[in-house]
Each structure stands twice: as structure tokens, then as C-alpha cells.
Design a protein around this ligand. Structure first.
Ligand SMILES: NC(=O)c1ccc[n+]([C@@H]2O[C@H](COP(=O)([O-])OP(=O)(O)OC[C@H]3O[C@@H](n4cnc5c(N)ncnc54)[C@H](OP(=O)(O)O)[C@@H]3O)[C@@H](O)[C@H]2O)c1
Length: 278
């Protein structure tokens, strides 16, 4: 393992869907040694899986940790609703050189500064569900205490499950959440709606479902792999007066998909702001 890929010690707090996907990606990509991953996971079955499968150090609580942490990254991957009972338990583990990385939706950097100390180095991340298969996109935001080395470390850790982008203005996190965090659900709905429309147009359900799913997946892969913009790709499949043009006339009308999507993203962004205040 090269020094450029060594992330150092990571204390993972919670190995559910997202935390588990991160651990498995690090081990697969060898960015982090099993002996450098310390897991706190009260779920006995999940802890046993990671201990038995990957020989990780696992503990039920942070107080039970009996191995050195060095300049560890403490990664919070628990549900936002348990943060108040979980995060304060880690205050004794905060030291200069250690970094807090949180993937909890809607939990601001100031929350961690308040709970763990104003000088704590904190990076807030917003991943999305395709991270579970290594195709996520995660937006990161750091406070002023995070060093360049710690930023690089976050890019390796989070980059193991997909692409990484940084924002400097944390207030944009609600907009990020509304686009990429919640976005997979919009695409799943698109698949459902396209399949349902196919069924209404006379196709058998199995065929309509397969056509819709494979079309969305294939178009997404094409859009990602080609240098053409989505606009050019759309124009390329739209012959004047043809079938696609007839459909796009409906989808691109004044009350069409663009306006609907703008309203959906605004609703998600506003809800994110309300939840953060609550
Ligand atoms: N899933 C996503 O697509 C996604 C996307 C963006 C952001 N996120 C964020 O990622 C975080 C994790 O989400 P998830 O979907 O991975 O949740 P999850 O599957 O429920 O995983 C959370 C894990 O933490 C464990 N846990 C509960 N209390 C704990 C404690 N005191 N100490 C350590 N671990 C504890 C849970 O155990 P039990 O099951 O026994 O409770 C579970 O294994 C959330 O904050 C969420 O907002 C998730």
C-alpha cells in the first residue's frame, strides 16, 4: 500500500448501510488496512460480521476502545436522530490532529463544534445511496480547523464510494441535499412513471419495467461516458417532427418537467432548512 493512499486510523461510528459500504470499499481498494479500522457498533450481528469477515476491532461503546487511535478520523455514520445521545460520548476522544467526519444528513458543522469543542476539525459530508455500489457523489464542507492533509484524507475515504466535490459555503448543503442527496429517489420515480406509462400504452408489466429501468440506466451511463452534454444528447435523439419530439413537447411545456423539477428541488431544500433549525 502506497503512502499516498494510507488514510491512517479511522474510528467508524455505526456500520449500517452507509458506514458498512464505506468500510467494505476501503478494504477492497486497500486505502485503509483492516488493523487501522476501529468500529463502534452496538448492533451485535453487524459488529460480529465485520469482526469475523475482516478482523476489525469492534467495540460496543467508545468507552470500551482499548486500542490506540493516533490522529484518527472519527467518522459519524449514525442516523441524525441518535446524534444527541451518541456524539457527546466522543468528546473525550477529541485531540489535536484528530478529525471529525460526519455523513449525517442535515447536521451542521456547528453542531459538532458545540458538542465536541469549538476548535474541533470537522468535515460535513452529504453522500447519496449509489455510494453503496461505488457510484455515489458526495459533497464535503470543512471548517477552518481542517488541514490540507485532513482534506486529502477525506477525499480518499469518501472517494472510495464515488466522486467527491467540495463547497466552501455550508449554507449550500441544503441545495446539494435537494439535488444529489434526494436525487436518486427522483430517478427511481422516473423509472416507475415511465414503466407505468408503458403499461398504460399496452405493454406487459414485465417488459415495461425492464424497458424503463434499462433505458434510464443506459441513458445515465451514456451521459456520463460521452463528452457531449445532456442537452446535445437529447437533441441528437430528437428528429424534427418525430416521436421523441412529440413526447418532449409535453415534457418541455411551460408546466412540464423542468418546472416540476424546480419545484421539487425547492421543496426539498426548504424542508432541509426547516429540519436543520428544528
Ligand atoms: N443511506 C443513505 O443513502 C444516506 C445518504 C446520505 C446520508 N446518509 C446518512 O448516513 C448516516 C447513516 O445512514 P444509514 O442509512 O447508513 O443508517 P443505518 O443503516 O441505520 O446505519 C446506522 C448504524 O449505526 C448503528 N448505531 C445506532 N446507534 C449507535 C451508536 N450509539 N453507536 C454506534 N453505532 C450506532 C445502527 O445500529 P442499529 O441498526 O442497531 O440501530 C446502524 O448499524 C445517517 O446520518 C444518514 O443521514 C445516508
Amino acid at each position: 500500500m502506497g503512502a499516498d493512499t494510507n488514510t491512517g486510523r479511522v474510528l467508524m461510528v455505526g456500520a449500517g448501510k452507509m458506514g458498512g459500504a464505506l468500510i467494505e470499499s476501503w478494504l477492497k481498494k486497500q486505502t485503509t488496512q483492516p488493523s487501522d479500522i476501529v468500529l463502534v457498533e452496538p448492533n451485535v450481528t453487524r459488529a460480529k460480521y465485520f469482526r469475523d469477515t475482516y478482523t476489525l476491532y469492534t467495540f460496543e461503546t467508545p468507552e470500551a476502545i482499548n486500542t490506540g487511535l493516533g490522529e484518527a478520523t472519527i467518522l459519524f455514520a449514525v442516523k441524525p436522530q441518535v446524534m444527541d445521545e451518541v456524539v457527546p460520548l466522543y468528546k473525550p476522544l477529541i485531540q489535536p490532529g484528530r478529525l471529525v467526519l460526519s455523513i449525517a444528513a442535515g447536521t451542521p458543522i456547528s453542531y459538532f463544534e458545540h458538542q465536541l469543542g469549538a476548535n474541533t476539525a470537522v468535515v460535513r459530508a452529504m453522500p447519496n445511496t449509489p455510494a453503496s455500489i461505488g457510484h455515489g457523489i458526495t459533497v464535503l464542507c470543512a471548517n477552518t480547523h481542517v488541514s490540507a492533509e485532513q482534506r486529502a484524507r477525506c477525499e480518499i475515504l469518501i472517494g472510495a464510494v464515488g466522486q467527491v466535490e467540495w463547497i466552501e459555503d455550508e449554507s449550500l448543503m441544503d441545495a446539494v441535499t435537494a439535488v444529489s442527496g434526494s436525487g436518486p429517489a427522483y430517478v427511481f420515480l422516473l423509472i416507475e412513471a415511465l414503466a407505468q406509462a408503458g403499461i398504460s400504452a399496452g405493454l406487459a408489466a414485465d417488459l415495461a419495467n425492464r424497458l424503463a429501468l434499462t433505458t434510464v440506466a443506459g441513458a445515465g451511463a451514456l451521459a456520463e461516458q460521452t463528452e457531449d452534454s445532456p442537452t446535445v444528447l437529447r437533441q441528437n435523439v430528437t428528429s424534427p417532427g418525430g416521436t421523441t419530439a412529440a413526447a418532449l413537447e409535453v415534457l418541455m411545456a411551460d408546466d412540464g418537467l423542468q418546472q416540476l423539477m424546480a419545484r421539487a428541488v425547492t421543496a426539498a431544500k426548504e424542508r432541509g432548512r426547516e429540519l436543520a433549525i428544528a
